[in-house]
Structures are given as structure tokens and as C-alpha cells.
Design a protein around this ligand. Structure first.
Ligand code: ARG
Length: 668
């Protein structure tokens, strides 16, 4: 890994005071030799591909060459040095300024510390020395400013007055050290933390062999540290010996001359990711404070390695689990073959996708798009064109009946008929041509139908509204009404479809077949956005070349992933599993009614749980649930939506519901 180092040329180097046992003002030192040796060190770093920045040396500060003492830089944050001896005091502000001028967040230390001389950053912790220079209070101060755990180690031998004279990191998780420099307790800490450390002998320590710099592969080290070099080679490191004998007369070696600049891009903690995300992205979401790094099946892992059960599943996009092996394999293979052609040409994944999805829906034709909202837009356009061309509606008069509390997407046309003020307000002027009626009432639809009505657009279960299941028989009656009135029934099954409710489509629960299915989310297997509408030729046939399209719609990668999803659904396995686990889930949730839960709705592995609003808000419960290792999201104030990947085990499912019960109980 290429590193970034800060160095200071020893143009004003001398040994004229003694603040450590190596320094002898009588003997002095040769500045020209020091500069030549220092140039050799800098060249060695550059030959390894590292970047070296320089800070101007200041006359009268002979030890300023020892850049390591100037600060500690981690995650782009700079903890400044405050020197123990007045001879070096002015170096602290000089280094801190260098960083401040370059836009680094800096902290002027209250407590005495000598930067990287006594602070060595590892992957998970910072090792910190005390005993001669850096105060123990500074360890706490650094931890507070950098937000990383600091492990205090006590130095006992005055020749090894800085931690970096007796210990160096081989990489982020292991070290080399000289035991003679540490107190008994600190030694026990080191043995416990680094059972596999390289142990150096007195001979190597006495030539400052432990004042070395490793990039994880190469180790730049004083040339006289012979045994240590052999040990390191045996461990597989490439050893780069450097001659720094002149600087050793001041008690310094390669590491003392080198301050590592660990950049802002190395965002290892959730807090840092969240901080940058909040500052650099629009605030159109209000995420829970977790930063996910990887996921398999129903489990996700955050950047700190903590695991959580995913009870949101990308709003049903991850029905088949994170990293579903069948879907991933299809995607990987297709990535290597062909990813995009545009629809100007045919490609060899398209026919299978359209025929397969057509068979799954029982429809003649497919029109593929990318996102769910695009598919809804497509359905609206098709319905309108069908209205004018087939039904004979007067030009510009077509009207579509939609439902209160609907959620179909975020485009300007779709939000025009949203009844949610957040989704709707201040985005006008709005697209006309929609009539909103009460969800769950066939009468309301009947009353709204007139000669210009071309379609009824609804979600068979309203997801965003809080997993609202309409009254029994509603879908069937809507179907009959649409048929008798000669208007299209359009089912938005983006969230409810493809296995979630225990059937392929939520409409299946009432044996209803709409004129148009709108599909998305799980159709892309959690890998790529894939959406589509499915309808028979008498409807979808109204679209002619050039009248609708999408560059990425139906692309080879999307189709290959979609084909894997269709194959999975054709086995019926997931539908059955969702039905079975759904019963377990709902039985358990029903027991919670009266214990902080007001109502439970849903079907299959999908539930809306209304929390007693006098106890806590949905967000508070979501957070308490997250603290217990389960990720779910609230909607509309006091509802928690539960939708785990269908691959979840029954054991994990029940465990998660226990966590929900416990989270709710914590507010009582
Ligand atoms: N003469 C300097 C001092 O005693 C040497 C500093 C060496 N730096 C180090 N990182 N160990 O302060």
C-alpha cells in the first residue's frame, strides 16, 4: 500500500543540548553527513512508491528533522504535539500549521505528547507510550479527538524514551518490539495482544533497530540491526536497510524522521462514513446510523464487523437473500459476456426474459424498464393510449382511478396523485388525469368511474402506507367491476409480488388476474434495477416503435439476472417458504398485541406492526431494535415494517421477533 509521509530536511541539525541519553553536545554531529543519510532515507521511500511531502526546517530547531514527533494523523484528523522540553516546544505549532494550512482538521493538545514518537496507529487501536515524554492524560485526549481506542504502555528504560524506539507495527495487526523497554504490566498487554509479534534482542534495540517503518510489505530499518533484519526476512518481509548513524547521535532513526499522513479517505468507522455522507449527500433519506459493508442471506455486517438481521430487504428487493448464489452466478457470467446493447439490436438474453416473465404472469407480452417508477409511468402511458385507441376516449380526457395513501414512486407524474404531503407538496405543477378514491372500497371506485375512466391503478397490499391489506373480496370485486365497465385493472406488485406474500403475486390470494402487472424490486434480485409491465397483446400491442423506450430497459445484464429470478420463482420454493414462515411470524406477532403493539397486518413474510404511540415512535423502536441486532424501518410515525429476506431461517426469524418484543418492552 503506497503511503504518504511528511519529512523535514536536517538543514539545521546539530546536537547542542541533551534531552536523552544518546545526545552528547561535546561530541556534536556532522550536519552534511546527516543530510546525505536523510536524503538516502527519502529516496528509499520514493523508490517504494510512497509519497514524501516536506515541511520547511526552522533554524534553531535542530531536532525538527524528527518529523514523527510533530503530530499524530489518523483518519485525516491531526492531533498536535506538545513537547516535554522547551528546546523543542516551537516544533508543535510549526507542524500543526502545516496541516491546518492544507485543510486538515487539527487539535492543539492540552496535554504533553510527542506525536507519533509515542503514538503508533494500528488497524483497530493506537498504541501509546508514556514514562518519559508523553503524558498519560494525552492518551485519553488523543482517544477523545480521534475516536479510536488508545492502549497505554509504560516505558522504563531511558534509552528508549519514545515508544517508537522500542516497537514498530509490522502491519495493522502485528508488531515487533524490544521487551526490555517495557514495564511488566505493559509486557503482559503486548503478549496478550500480539502473541505472534517479532521479539527483538538488546543488540538490535541498542542500534535503534526498532525505530523502523513498515508499509506492510517492506521494512525500512537501520542497517546495523542484523538479527532483527534476518527475523523479518524469515517472516517474508522485504528489508530495506538504511544508514542513519549521524541522526542516531540525537537519539533518532528512520521512524523518527517520518510522520505518516493517514488520509481522510480511509474511513474506517461508521461515524466517519455517516459524517461525510450527511455533509456530502442530499438529505432525502433519514437512514438508521449503520454503515453496511457486506451481506449474505438474511445477515448484514457493518464496517465495524457487527452483524444484523436484515428485516427490510431493500423494500422487498432482496426477497431471495443477499448474494443469492444462483443470481450472483448469472450476473457474474453475464458481466463477462455482454452488459449493454440498447434496444436498437436484439441480444441473446432478451427473448428468454420476456417469454419467461410472460409465462410467470400468464401474459402475452412484457415491456421491460429499469426502476419501479418507470414501470408505473409505462403502465400509465399504455393505459392512456389504450383508452384513446381501443376504448375511444376523447383526446386528452383519459382518467385513471388511484387510491388514497398510494405509493407508486417518485416521478413528477406519480407524485401528482400522491396523498402523502412529503411526497407531493411543492413539486407542482402537477400532472392531471387522476382521481383519488378511498382504498378498500369498491363503491368508491364505482362512483368515480365515468366515460373517461381508462384504468384503476392500485397496490394489492399497500406497502409504504404500513402494509395495509384490503378487506377480503376487494380485489375480486375490483376485477369484476373493471371487466364489466371495460376499464383496465392495473396491479402495482412491485413490493407485494414475487414471493413476498406467500404467493407469486398478492393478487393470487383472491385468484385475481389484473390486466397489467407492474413489477420491479425483487425482479432485479437485489443486484440491478429491473422492472417491467406484463399485459396481453390487446393492451400492450398499442405501443408502436418509437413511442416508448429506455436505453437500459431490458439490457443483457438485467435480463440475465431477471432470468435467474424467474427460474427461482418457477420452482415455487420461495412462495411456499414465505407462506410457512409467514404463519410463524404472524402467530408470534399477534401474541404481542396488547403488549405495546396495537395492531398487526400483513401477509406471508410481510408485516406492519403498529406500536402503541404513547410508548414510543416507530423510529425510536427501530433504533432500539437495531441496538439488538435487527434492522427494520418505521413508516408513518408509529408503524414498523417487517420484511426479512425469504431465505431467513425460522430460528433467526423468531429471534428477531423476540428482539422486537424486547425493544418495545424497553419503553414500558
Ligand atoms: N533528540 C530528539 C529528542 O530527544 C530525538 C527524537 C527522536 N524521535 C523519535 N520519534 N523517537 O526529542
Amino acid at each position: 500500500m503506497p503511503k504518504h509521509y511528511l519529512m523535514c530536511r536536517p538543514d539545521f541539525f546539530t546536537v547542542e543540548y541533551a534531552i536523552n541519553p544518546w545526545m552528547d553536545p561535546e561530541a556534536g554531529a556532522d550536519r552534511d553527513v546527516a543530510v546525505r543519510q536523510w536524503e538516502g532515507l527519502k529516496a528509499a521511500y520514493e523508490a517504494l512508491g510512497h509519497t514524501v511531502s516536506l515541511i520547511d526546517p526552522i533554524e534553531g530547531l535542530p531536532d525538527m528533522v524528527f518529523a514523527a514527533n510533530g503530530a499524530l494523523v489518523a483518519g485525516g484528523r491531526v492531533y498536535g504535539a506538545r513537547f516535554a522540553f522547551p528546546e523543542r516546544a516551537a516544533e508543535g505549532p510549526a507542524y500543526l500549521n502545516w496541516f491546518a494550512e492544507r485543510g486538515f482538521p487539527t487539535h492543539e493538545a492540552v496535554h504533553v505528547n510527542e506525536g507519533e514518537g509515542d503514538f503508533l496507529a494500528m488497524d483497530e487501536v493506537i498504541l501509546a507510550g508514556t514514562g518519559f515524554r508523553t503524558s498519560r492524560e494525552a492518551h485519553g485526549e488523543a482517544q477523545e479527538f480521534l475516536g479510536r481506542p488508545v492502549v497505554s504502555l509504560t516505558l522504563v528504560d531511558p534509552r528508549f524514551y519514545h515508544l517508537d524506539t522500542a516497537l514498530f507495527p509490522l502491519h495493522g495487526r502485528n508488531i515487533a518490539y524490544y521487551p526490555g523497554a517495557f514495564s511488566e504490566g505493559s509486557l503482559r498487554v503486548l503478549r496478550r495482544m500480539f502473541p505472534d509479534a517479532v521479539i527483538a534482542g538488546a543488540d538490535d534495540a541498542e542500534v535503534l533497530g526498532l525505530n523502523a517503518v513498515s508499509d506492510g510489505e517492506h521494512i525500512v530499518i537501520n542497517s546495523e540491526a542484523h538479527d532483527l533484519q534476518l527475523d523479518l526476512k524469515r517472516r517474508g518481509y522485504e528489508v530495506i536497510p538504511v544508514e542513519l548513524s549521524e541522526l542516531r547521535k540525537a537519539g533518532g532513526g528512520p521512524k523518527c524522521c517520518t510522520l505518516e499522513i493517514r488520509g481522510k479517505t480511509d474511513m474506517t468507522t461508521s461515524a466517519e462514513h455517516i459524517d461525510v455522507s450527511e455533509r456530502r449527500s442530499a438529505h432525502n433519506y433519514h437512514p438508521l446510523p449503520i454503515v453496511i459493508h457486506e451481506a449474505h442471506g438474511a445477515w448484514v455486517t457493518d464496517v465495524e464487523g457487527k452483524r444484523y438481521l436484515d428485516f427490510l430487504s431493500g423494500y422487498s428487493s432482496l426477497n431471495f437473500g443477499h448474494g443469492n448464489p444462483k443470481i450472483l452466478q448469472a450476473a457474474h457470467e453475464q458481466l463477462d459476456n455482454l452488459t449493454l446493447t440498447s434496444r436498437a439490436f436484439y441480444h441473446d438474453q432478451f427473448a428468454a426474459f420476456c417469454a419467461g416473465l410472460g409465462d410467470l404472469t400468464g401474459k402475452d407480452m412484457i415491456l421491460p424498464m429499469n426502476t419501479g417508477a418507470e414501470a408505473v409511468e409505462t403502465a400509465i402511458k399504455v393505459a392512456r393510449k389504450w383508452g384513446y385507441q381501443v376504448k375511444g376516449v376523447a383526446p386528452e380526457q383519459a382518467n385513471i382511478i388511484v387510491m388514497e395513501d398510494n405509493f407508486h414512486g417518485r416521478t413528477t407524474t406519480i407524485i401528482s396523485f400522491s396523498t402523502d404531503p412529503d411526497a407531493h407538496d411543492d413539486f407542482g405543477p402537477y400532472t392531471p388525469g387522476f382521481t383519488v378514491v378511498k382504498y378498500g372500497s369498491v363503491e368508491a371506485i364505482r362512483d368515480a368511474i365515468d366515460a373517461n375512466t381508462v384504468a384503476v391503478l392500485l397496490e394489492p397490499i399497500q406497502g409504504e402506507a404500513g402494509v395495509l391489506v384490503p378487506p377480503d373480496g376487494y380485489l375480486r370485486q375490483v376485477r369484476e367491476l373493471c371487466t364489466s365497465q371495460g376499464i383496465l385493472m392495473i396491479a402495482d406488485e412491485i413490493q407485494s409480488g414475487l414471493g413476498r406474500t406467500g404467493k407469486t403475486f398478492a393478487c393470487d390470494h383472491e385468484g385475481v388476474v389484473p390486466d397489467m402487472y407492474i413489477l420491479g424490486k425483487a425482479l432485479g434480485g437485489g443486484v440491478v434495477p429491473v422492472s417491467a409491465i406484463a399485459a396481453d397483446e390487446d393492451v400492450l400491442g398499442v405501443i408502436k416503435p418509437g413511442q416508448h423506450g429506455s436505453t437500459f430497459g431490458g439490457n443483457p445484464l438485467a435480463c440475465a439476472v431477471g432470468n435467474a429470478v424467474i427460474e427461482i420463482l418457477n420452482t415455487g420454493e420461495f412462495q411456499e417458504r414465505a407462506a410457512q414462515l409467514g404463519e410463524v411470524l404472524h402467530a408470534r406477532l399477534r401474541e404481542m398485541i396488547g403488549h405495546g403493539v396495537v395492531t398487526v397486518r400483513g401477509r406471508g413474510l410481510w408485516a406492519g406492526v403498529d406500536i402503541d404511540p404513547s410508548l414510543a415512535t416507530g423510529r425510536e423502536v427501530s433504533k432500539a431494535l437495531m441496538a439488538r441486532g435487527v434492522l427494520a424501518k418505521d413508516t408513518h410515525g408509529s408503524t414498523i415494517r417487517l420484511a426479512p429476506p425469504i431465505v431467513i431461517s425460522q430460528e433467526d426469524l423468531l429471534w428477531a421477533v423476540d428482539q422486537l418484543a424486547d425493544a418495545i418492552a424497553s419503553f414500558r
